[in-house]
Design a protein around this ligand. Sequence first.
Ligand code: ADP
Ligand code: MG
Length: 678
Amino acid sequence: MNTELLKPVSSLKGIGPKKSEYYKKLGIETVYDLLYHFPRRYIDFNDPVPIADAPRDEPCVIKATLVKKLSAAVVRSGLSIFKAVLTDGESDITLVMYNNKFGFDVLAVGHEYCLYGKVTGDLIRKEISSPLILDLSKGESVEPVYLMTDGLNQFALRQAVRNALVLLGGFIYEPLPKWVMKDYGLCSLSYALENIHFPKDMNTCANAKNRLVFDELLTLSLGMRLLKSRSREQSGCVMSEADISAFYSSLPFELTGAQKRAIGEVTADMCKQSPMNRLVQGDVGSGKTAVAAGAAYFAYLNGFQTAMMAPTEILATQHYETLSGFLEPLGVKCALLTGSLTPKKKAALKEQIAAGEYGVVVGTHALVQNSTRFKKLGLVITDEQHRFGVRQRAALSDKGENPHKLVMSATPIPRTLALMIYGDLDLSILDEMPKGRKKIETYAVTGKLRERAFGFVKGELDKGRQAYVVCPMIEESDSELISVKKYAQELSEGSFAGYNVGLLHGKLPPDKKEKVMRDFKDKKTDILVSTTVIEVGVDVPNATCMVIENADRFGLSQLHQLRGRVGRGEYSSYCILITDNVSEESRNRLKIMSKTSDGFVISEEDLKMRGPGDFFGARQHGLPKMKIADMSENIDILRQAQLCAEEILRRDEKLTAPENKGLRELIDKLLEEKLSEN
Ligand code: ADP
Ligand code: MG
């Protein structure tokens, strides 16, 4: 990498300490950052509209010849107005500039200019004030627009970028090996950086962008792959074949083929010299916990302890109950480690865990990960890992004796995205549902039918079943909370008077949440009004109905997750989606929910209709932030980059060849941590 790239921006002409602070606000500290601060969009002066067709309220480009300069008017001291008349041959327009004598003086009668700005006025008199003006005789015709902050302007930023390119003396290092550029038809980095900032036309610009997007996605692909191979070091927990048929026969049901296959893959992994890094991905209800139990039993037979971590206490408790139900009859002692234990009990339990008295320990991430010592930890199982980042996954593998890692996720993710998000993990997919699962009948209705829907729900309650009512709470803000509370109260006094209504939301303290959930599980409440906190894996087989308010506010995948809370028992189950959004798009989206119950199909639809925002929302995936690549728009380049990454690592497994030095630097920069050399 050019050493100049790493210099602070203050090394550039015209940028002092004060300006540096402004640049810092844009995330720009070095020359490199500046060059990688790409324009958000471009104004294409090659694409003007006739003055007569100029849109209202929206800036546009017009091309016109200056006919006449009017004399300047000094309105008051400190404000002078300059005007000129231009024509595009059909219509005239008045150009207005304020306090810009210099800008006005350089304009010449008879010259043709491109103007970018908002056109105002009526059919007869049109006006454009303080537009961006381009002299066509100078040859530039595309103007970049940058994300800005107070204290800087477009012009200053452009000038700084120009100075940076000059500082580099027209030579920018080339991180890509020659064969990659050739095989994938990419321009040089030098060309790309010049033309992303100063494109001659939109074609050059697209070419430059293509290269930069490719770089970014290639770097990410390579980074993920290296993370994966890095964890291929010696495991301190190599296990050997063991007979787990006792586990199979003690289960109250026959495992599905997919579950057996997954357990087979997991146990085979744990017998290898390197630690397992495996993701079990399966739709809600596909039986991931049983796979986890099988893995834990295998570890137990090999004399190792298993830690299982869940994102919430409710889930930890539930997993504990399921796992101990499966495993204690086989002699595996299970412990539940939660924040609600008294300090004394907690300390005692931790001592027993350290002494190796428990084969399985279930708890929340914080508890298990940070402060608990194990006698002989061999397997770490994490539920709903998509909420945690790549870096956290890497950190976990750095721990202790390199235990095997099993990650469970119920979020079906379209394959291309999964490859990226989980590129550092091996994948087992549970694509088969346990036998006898009934389809959840799903209906979408408008608010007018709400009372009828509630009538239906009452019918179920009177049969002894239970129901969920879900309200979206987008911001988890206090005002939204009030409306959810009010809603719950209205239900318990109105439509559902005489039934017990519980309320669950994210702002409740953990022990209160626990109690609300417990009451619902124990049938003390009939209806649970809830925000989306129930999304993650709560199991109440007696609940057969779910009503979702404002259903159009949710992504399809999220609706699917929610819906998976019902239909977990022997009874027929129902999901009623209420929305007053009658747009065709909304109707079509919700129709998909009634048509299919396959989470992968639904996630593909979601990707098509809404883009990957739902999967990448709130950066839950934990991937590093992209500067220019957009996973939904650039799916094709993503595929190319993945192919290319594979090829590069096939030639140079550890990326240590001199020709790949530049790529390695990019990866280190992206992951902000040095990947170890082995
Ligand atoms: P998820 O994949 O959503 O975590 P769970 O592991 O919670 O699913 O399983 C959902 C329910 O299905 C549980 O009650 C579980 O006991 C049951 N189950 C799991 N596997 C099977 C199977 N092969 N046959 C029947 N029921 C099963
Ligand atoms: Mg689960």
